[in-house]
Design a binder for this molecule. Sequence first.
Ligand code: NOJ
Length: 515
Amino acid sequence: MTWWREAVVYQVYVRSFADSDGDGVGDLDGVRSRLGYLELLGVDALWLTPFYTSPMADHGYDVADPRDVDPVFGDLAAFDRLVTAAHEHGLRVLVDLVPNHTSDRHEWFRAALDAAPGSPERARYHFRPGRGPDGDEPPNNWSSVFGGPAWTRVSDGEWYLHLFATGQPDLNWTNPEVWADLEKTLRFWLDRGVDGFRIDVAHGMSKPEGLPDSVAAVRTGLLTGGRDGDPRFDDEGVHDVHRMIRAVVDHYPGRVTVGEISVQDNARFGRYLRPDELHLGFNSRLLQAPFTATAVRRAVEQSLASTAAVSATPTWALGSHDVSRPVTRYGGGEQGTWRARAMALLTLALPGTVVVYNGEELGLPDAEIPDEALQDPQWERSGHTQRGRDGFRVPVPWEGGAPGYGFTTGVPWLPMPDGYGRLTVAEQLEDTRSSLSLLRRAVELRRTHPGFTGTDVEWFGAPVGCLAFRRTGSTLVCALNTSTDVVPLPPGDLLLSSRSLDDDLLPPDTAAWLA
Ligand code: NOJ
């Protein structure tokens, strides 16, 4: 069963989706209460960001117990209710898996701190003596993705490795206990009925022996890791971890794994998608491409090249909880909105799986968050030079005209802007020209129109600043105009456009589907 090859997956940032109990934080019962909306949207599956027990140093990507639910999100019974209800709505459920690190409140890390250097408790993580005469310099020169050194010193003088926040110690994947524990976690959720996993930092886990200094200057940042010469990521040993995961998942037919793979080289990226590793993988090419036909075409071509070599299915995303929202990235305001709509049509025309991040269907821009309300660890770790990701994690506005907007009856965990009223789900469902209506129609056509076949694309000649492609062997053509001129459309009957045509011509910042 390969339902995921042409699926639309909706990313639910659980904290920000729907709050059922008025504490201002989204939760699992909240997600369940909105399944009807996801069914209406026509998506095939939802991916839930981490809802496990966590002190929330990185909003759940610091997991203290991977086999339990944090009380802020509900409990295991709420999870079971959600999975049952989702399946009744015809929606599959993917959960996030965080195998690279734990929380510093995980019982293993607490035990490691209580134990002596060299103990088995410390051997589940990367503890090392420091450098310099007093050992007061970090064991190597690696930096944390969130800024600052990747090492923190503990009271007896040893240091521990954390590629992300201080509260996210990296696990030692040469330790068999670490493998056994992940296997247990996989079975735990598979036995509860999940349909697959999104795997966090899928290019992490394994570290080079001896943890050598990085020779090349390494850039920090979530999207820019994994470049050549960065010893922190993409170590050969990681592929054995994926083979183990796949072997477990293969016992449960129809389940899928999708990795976050921040590896820039196409051939190295593709290796994660070999037949005995991950089914799908995100890359960050479209997330980083500016709104120009050249950059977009290049991102698509590179992504297709990275999967074609291993006959894998490409995965497309324009946003996530880690990157500025498309409307803002493409320039903001009305123009940013038109461009984001155009790019949504482009991704939904491509062969493969498409992931839509909650709020993207509403055309939400990034929100401005005042300094005192910022929560992302990036803000503190960068010495207040990077504002972090809170602006694109603001709760989803469902209805009404005042902050809360049907997301919560309490105070939302991040302030919701005053101007969200016109962007709410309720408003947009009523308006056939809204971003939400466009996405619904596009997802519906993608599911019902016979043109959405073919696993590759053929490019056509197009006016300067434009691109046009057809899915191989099919009649579906997608044209995108990133120029400032109105341009003629390729031949064919118009199926859908991201903005009204201008006398049968394609306006700037617009995409169209023809068949
Ligand atoms: C990638 C996740 O998407 C991000 O939100 C998180 O901070 C890091 N991995 C660390 O777990």
